[in-house]
Design a protein around this ligand. Structure first.
Ligand SMILES: Cc1ncc(COP(=O)(O)O)c(C=O)c1O
Length: 343
């Protein structure tokens, strides 16, 4: 069987999680997120973000988190702003739009938004009340392109949002990877301080399923649980999510797993760089986008699965490689060996 570099959710879950699920399998627990594991996991997350006033809610997936957060925050005439590469724009089947909210797209190659990108959007929506009202800025860390925000960039964006009465929402489907990148100077505590809402993705970082939505802005906490239930996302067996996040948060397993995934990607990236390979974006997380000849892509495809991301010209394409919490050295070394012999 070919080894897959297609995704960071190709495997099941970290063994600690399976063990905990088995260990607590027959315990009787309260339903709908009131179980003791969920309560403990929430406390651990609050400790890590150093904000006892944040509220935490577990849901099962990223699209669900984005949909519930955005649709519950916005009034009917308000809209979200996103980089053109944003997951909510391209890969969620119009889930946000289906709730009646427009998403204004800002063309960005690197997947990141700055205040300068958003200013023209605000200026272009001053014809009150004839246009939708931009109210929420959607960003992700790491982004769809594996890029990350620096502390300064997030501070600038956060200040800009406050000055302009906009909510800042960070999609953290790959938060662990973003924060443990070798070039990141952002911490979870800072993310909590600088955003109104963010989430910690478990699905792509060693959980079976699950994302932890963290609401820092107390105005937005009110009645949030009703939105979760109404969207069908409140699991009767919420213990499944609680146990997983408890294990991930204990001893920083969450960050260790993400760091491992990043390191495996960096090994491949560095080996390619030594051979002069160019990349679609200069990433330091578990997603890399090398530009390779179609001949080499064919050769690599004999042993590995990955996505061909973008055609560059007749002879070259960018591929996307994603490593996971469970990517071992063997496939990484085998991949590098082919690169070294073919280039
Ligand atoms: C940044 C980001 N947000 C959200 C999602 C959606 O997650 P799910 O597939 O669990 O709905 C993904 C999935 O790839 C993602 O990469």
């Amino acid at each position: 069987m070919k080894f897959s570099f297609k995704n960071d959710y190709s495997e099941g879950c970290h063994p600690n999680i399976l063990q905990a699920l088995l260990q607590h399998n027959l315990d009787q627990q309260a339903g709908y997120g009131e179980d003791e594991y969920s309560l403990q996991a929430k406390e651990l997350i609050k400790e890590k973000i150093k904000n006892p006033n944040s509220e935490i809610y577990f849901v099962s997936g990223g699209t669900q988190a984005n949909l519930i957060v955005i649709s519950s925050i916005l009034r009917p005439y308000q809209c979200a702003v996103s980089a053109s590469t944003g997951h909510i724009l391209n890969n969620e089947t119009g889930a946000i739009e289906a709730t009646g909210h427009k998403i204004l797209s800002i063309e960005k190659e690197d997947g990141k938004l700055t205040p300068e990108d958003i200013i023209p959007v605000l200026e272009g929506h001053r014809n009150v009340p004839h246009q939708v009202m931009p109210k929420l800025v959607y960003i992700s860390n790491s982004t769809e392109l594996g890029t990350i925000y620096t502390l300064k960039e997030l501070e600038e964006l956060s200040n800009f949002c406050k000055e302009n009465n906009l909510y800042l929402f960070m999609d953290g489907a790959r938060m662990g990877h973003g924060l443990t990148s070798e070039i990141s100077n952002l911490t979870l505590e800072k993310v909590a301080e600088l955003t109104d809402v963010f989430y910690l993705g478990g699905t792509k970082n060693g959980a079976l399923i699950g994302e932890a939505i963290v609401i820092n802005n107390q105005e937005l906490q009110q009645d949030f649980a009703f939105n979760i239930k109404q969207k069908g996302a409140l699991l009767a067996k919420g213990r499944l999510l609680g146990i997983q996040f408890l294990e991930l948060m204990k001893n920083d397993l969450y960050f260790d797993l993400a760091k491992h995934a990043n390191q495996q990607a960096m090994k491949i990236k560095n080996a390619m760089k030594e051979k002069g390979v160019q990349f679609l974006s200069d990433t330091y997380t578990n997603q890399i986008f090398p530009i390779l000849s179609n001949h080499l892509i064919e050769k690599l495809s004999e042993k590995f699965e990955f996505y061909v991301w973008k055609k560059i010209d007749e002879d070259f394409s960018a591929i996307r490689l994603i490593t996971s919490w469970n990517t071992g050295d063997e496939p990484v070394n085998d991949f590098i060996k082919i690169i070294k012999t073919e280039l």
